[in-house]
Design a protein around this ligand. Structure first.
Ligand SMILES: [Cu+2]
Length: 303
């Protein structure tokens, strides 16, 4: 089974976007206070672009992170008849695909929005936006869970925060830095998921269900860069149909329900520096988010 990042395609026209907060340009969000985000797009000649095609079941995928990468939300704004995408954040929602919306912007300071849209007749494009939040950001530095290739185990509740031993989930991340491989440079990740059973023992997760047509999603964002467009960003998808050769006796395991969820980062390689990866999986009705910070160093690569 092989998971490949969306290959970059040549866009028919480069979109530019505008993000309004409560219908206002150049506005800001109050941390934890309900706000409506609205996104609209135009082409290079300034003409509004209002027709889009869905990718993975959604017309728009948006990732909101705080600049320090401590906060993460994966959201799906709704496309209106007028071609504007709208999303209510910091407010309760019944939408199973917007479970991060109630906690989207919970702290002050700059946030970054990475939106992926697919204009009709064109190719999927990423448009990024700064999203200011009132107040002072907490002074947090990114502490890498892993430096270079290796393995690390962490505990999680599943809501995107890190927890301690005894939490409902134990996740082991394997990272293999193969950026210097001459034939096919890549960085590979494997999320191994375990959940606590009724005896309080961790058991492998084998019942992950599809979310947006896939058993697993992962987003990698770099810590370096002032503006969102300067950040390294890659949205990795697990393809449960699998592009690789089928393994004999794989059975249900090949369907990707767990406990191992591999992702490969191809194409534009990340440079040395600090990054965060969020693995997202669905069990029952809950979307689970497991973040890890990592650092790539000149020594961490293998050839
Ligand atoms: Cu999405």
């Amino acid at each position: 089974m092989l998971q490949i990042a969306n290959a970059p395609k040549t866009p028919a026209a480069r979109l530019s976007g505008s993000l309004k907060i409560n219908q206002q340009e150049n506005s800001s969000v109050q941390p934890g206070q309900p706000a409506q985000l609205s996104f609209s797009f135009s082409d290079e000649s300034g003409q509004p672009v209002s027709e889009f095609e869905p990718d993975h079941g959604k017309f728009m995928h948006s990732i909101i992170v705080s600049k320090d990468l401590s906060r993460f939300a994966h959201l799906h704004p709704t496309l209106g008849q007028d071609g504007t995408f709208r999303l209510n954040i910091n407010a309760p929602t019944q939408d199973p695909d917007n479970q991060d919306a109630p906690r989207a912007v919970q702290q002050g300071g700059p946030h970054l929005v990475f939106s992926e849209v697919h204009p009709k007749g064109g190719a999927t494009q990423r448009v990024s936006f700064p999203l200011p939040s009132d107040g002072t950001p907490p002074q947090q530095s990114l502490n890498p869970d892993l430096i270079g290739s290796g393995q690390v185990q962490r505990y999680f509740i599943g809501d995107g925060t890190t927890a301690t031993e005894g939490a409902p989930y134990r996740v082991t991340l394997d990272l293999d830095d193969m950026r210097s491989m001459s034939k096919m440079s890549m960085v590979s990740f494997n999320f191994h998921l375990e959940a606590k059973d009724h005896n309080n023992e961790y058991q492998p997760v084998t019942d992950a269900t599809d979310w947006l047509g896939m058993k697993g999603h992962a987003v990698v964002i770099g810590a370096a860069g002032e503006e969102p467009q300067d950040r390294f960003f890659n949205h990795l998808h697990m393809d449960h149909h699998g592009h690789g050769p089928a393994k004999e006796g794989d059975g249900d395991h090949s369907q990707g329900a767990g406990p191992d969820f591999p992702f490969m980062l191809h194409g534009q390689m990340p440079t040395d520096g600090q990054y965060k990866i969020w693995g997202q999986f669905k069990r029952g009705e809950q979307v689970l988010t497991f973040p890890f910070a990592f650092e790539l160093t000149p020594e961490s690569g293998r050839s």
